[in-house]
Design a protein around this ligand. Structure first.
Ligand code: HEM
Length: 382
């Protein structure tokens, strides 16, 4: 496997994305987290869950094969993929090293965007969005939603307005799933989020395996993810429901340092920062340092920077400097990237674990997966 060097600080606005890709490199971001080897994982539960899953699936098979309904057909697909995963998992108990192989494969795929001329030269941002949208459906009251069952595979959740465009990310991960059929979709998608953030120069995100594939009946209702046109009350309603507080809302929002809005997905348009495939605290800096004015156009209400008119902020982004409590944290993160990295890592790790019963984890403590650069360095030292 070829190890890659993450592209850093590539302003896509001033230059064409792909050409810009090869230009400037930034020294790897300072990492605040230990890379020492964590304790070995406890015995994997994957085979156990696969066994239980297979038994349940066996029970519903008769109904599926004797029914013509759409639900039965979709359940039939689930049955097939569930049975395949069960078969693969029953014969194989993955170790941390196996998950690192998946991580490395995802890291390779991130870069393929460059050759394909996709967006700003990395699939990282859209994979982060997939991991977040598959986790951010969690409701702490009912215990439903979250990353456990990867229910975005099913309609209507796949078609919810908030998930527009994520078929790109799911399609990319389907390639990985074929190569590593033993991994659950929930583990795969969240690991992709971790790989994307780390490979784009972000902090280490503690992660562990143990999510299981669920059924269409476990899909969440529409409206659980935030609506970018709304204000502070809405943000609080949505994120408090997941169990987050104001500081964590602000820390998580800093992910908008990455990627862009697409007209044909959300209706909004443009990137938040000049370096949309590198994790930095520029999102917070720009919120304070630029003058933001409402964009005059026929699209949904969004802000643009007065100076270059090439950057954007959503109404929910701008709320972070309007609301007193949010503003306090946003200011701190604008002034101190290390602080943001620390808080962001913690909040994202929590986000990606939402909805997963602790009995399912294969390790008592989350793992710190080394970046491909760190793996390469370690290899060279040997
Ligand atoms: C605070 C509430 C949030 C709102 C209202 C919101 C809304 C949006 C919208 C409208 C887009 C554009 C989608 C498109 O057109 O392609 C987007 C993109 C994105 N969001 Fe959020 N988001 C929020 C929070 C988050 C969080 C918590 C994360 C991750 C931790 C995140 C990560 C991303 C990323 C990485 C993209 C870029 C995707 C790409 O380039 O394809 N967002 N978000």
């Amino acid at each position: 496997m070829s190890l890659r060097v993450a592209a850093r600080r590539i302003p896509n606005v001033a230059r064409p994305a792909v050409q810009a890709r090869a230009s400037t490199f930034r020294a790897p971001a300072f990492r605040r987290f230990s890379t020492e080897t964590p304790p070995p994982p406890k015995k994997s539960n994957t085979a156990l869950y696969a066994g239980v899953g297979a038994a349940v699936l066996g029970g519903v098979a008769l109904w599926i094969f004797s029914s013509d309904s759409d639900a039965a057909k979709s359940a039939g697909t689930v049955f097939k993929s569930g049975a395949q995963s069960a078969k693969a998992a029953a014969n194989f108990v993955p170790t941390k090293e196996d998950y690192i192989k998946v991580y490395n494969r995802i890291a390779e795929i991130l870069d393929e965007a460059s050759d394909k001329g996709y967006d700003d030269g990395s699939y990282g941002p859209v994979l982060v969005r997939l991991a977040w949208h598959s986790s951010g459906t969690y409701d702490k009251e009912s215990g439903t939603g979250g990353s456990n069952y990867a229910t975005m595979r099913f309609e209507p959740e796949a078609l919810h307005g908030a998930n527009a465009g994520l078929q790109v990310a799911r399609g990319l991960m389907e390639v990985v799933k074929k190569e590593f059929p033993w991994i659950s979709y929930g583990d795969l998608w969240t690991l992709a989020g971790v790989a994307a953030l780390q490979e784009m120069g972000g902090p280490h995100i503690p992660w562990r395996a143990g999510r299981i594939d669920g059924f269409a009946t476990q899909a969440t209702p529409d409206g659980r993810l935030p609506d970018a046109t709304q204000g502070a009350d809405h943000l609080r309603n949505i994120f408090y429901r997941m169990g987050f507080n104001d500081q964590e809302i602000v820390a998580l929002s800093g992910a908008h340092a990455l990627g862009r809005c697409h007209r044909d997905r959300s209706g909004f348009d443009g990137p938040w920062t000049f370096s949309p495939i590198t994790v930095t605290n520029d999102y917070f800096k720009l919120l304070f340092d630029e003058s933001w004015v409402w964009k005059k156009w026929d699209g949904p209400k969004q802000l643009e920077d007065k100076k270059t008119k090439s950057l954007m902020m959503l109404p929910t982004d701008y709320v972070l400097v309007q609301d007193k409590s949010f503003k306090k944290y946003a200011k701190q993160y604008a002034q101190d990237q290390d602080l943001w990295f620390k808080d962001f890592s913690k909040a994202v790790a929590t986000l990606f674990e939402l909805g997963v019963p602790s009995t399912q984890w294969v390790a008592s403590e989350p793992w710190i997966i080394p970046t491909t650069d760190e793996q390469k360095e370690a290899q060279e030292k040997k």
